[in-house]
Design a protein around this ligand. Structure first.
Ligand SMILES: [Fe+2]
Ligand SMILES: [Fe+2]
Length: 190
């Protein structure tokens, strides 16, 4: 399935707004891949497919994730929307023939981040936050830093996500804290 075929298929599954977001993430990820020396085809595909399961109804997410054998933690039980990330990776494999472990991992980690993030993982996480249709206080700074320093931009993006969740009194997934701590402790890792 090529890029245009995938877009055609996504049109059936996602709202126009979400499809436009997905294309924005794909294009942003591709340019970040060129900038930071990563496989741009993988970045393009992971970006396009990352929210494949984002419009699966919340009350179906848990069951569909478990049907794929996804191990669900207590935070994901409480916030099933988080499962759209690992579910998208499984659906990308089962329904779109994506069989690349790096692409799948980047899709899995796009919402929470995690330990030992690869350059591709970081690029997809970041592209999801800064793609052109996104707008929030502080985004200009993240976009600017993303021109030169992938880890620093990721750190800012993780910070913004954590602050957003805190303000809404939401649950922070431990993987997000792990990702942030790792960048702070290692400094530049790529
Ligand atoms: Fe997402
Ligand atoms: Fe997204």
């Amino acid at each position: 399935m090529d890029y245009a075929d995938i877009i055609g298929e996504l049109t059936k599954r996602l709202s126009a707004k979400r499809l436009s977001h997905s294309i924005g993430v794909s294009q942003t990820a591709e340019s970040l891949a060129v900038r930071f020396g990563c496989n741009k085809e993988k970045a393009r595909l992971a970006g396009l497919l990352h929210d494949l399961a984002r419009e699966v109804p919340v009350n179906e997410l848990l069951q569909r994730a478990q049907a794929f054998g996804i191990v669900v933690c207590d935070i994901e039980q409480a916030e099933p929307v988080l499962l759209h990330a690992p579910l998208a990776a499984k659906m990308a494999q089962a329904e779109f023939g994506i069989d690349d472990a790096e692409i799948m991992q980047a899709i899995i980690l796009h919402t929470t981040g995690g330990l030992n993030m690869t350059r591709l993982d970081k690029i997809i996480y970041l592209a999801d936050v800064i793609e052109p249709s996104r707008s929030f206080k502080g985004i200009d700074k993240i976009r600017q830093v993303a021109h030169t320093d992938l880890d620093e931009a990721l750190l800012l993006a993780l910070d913004q996500s954590i602050c957003y969740i805190v303000k809404r009194r939401g649950l922070i997934h431990p993987a997000t804290i792990v990702a942030r701590n790792e960048i702070l402790r290692k400094g530049s890792t790529y």
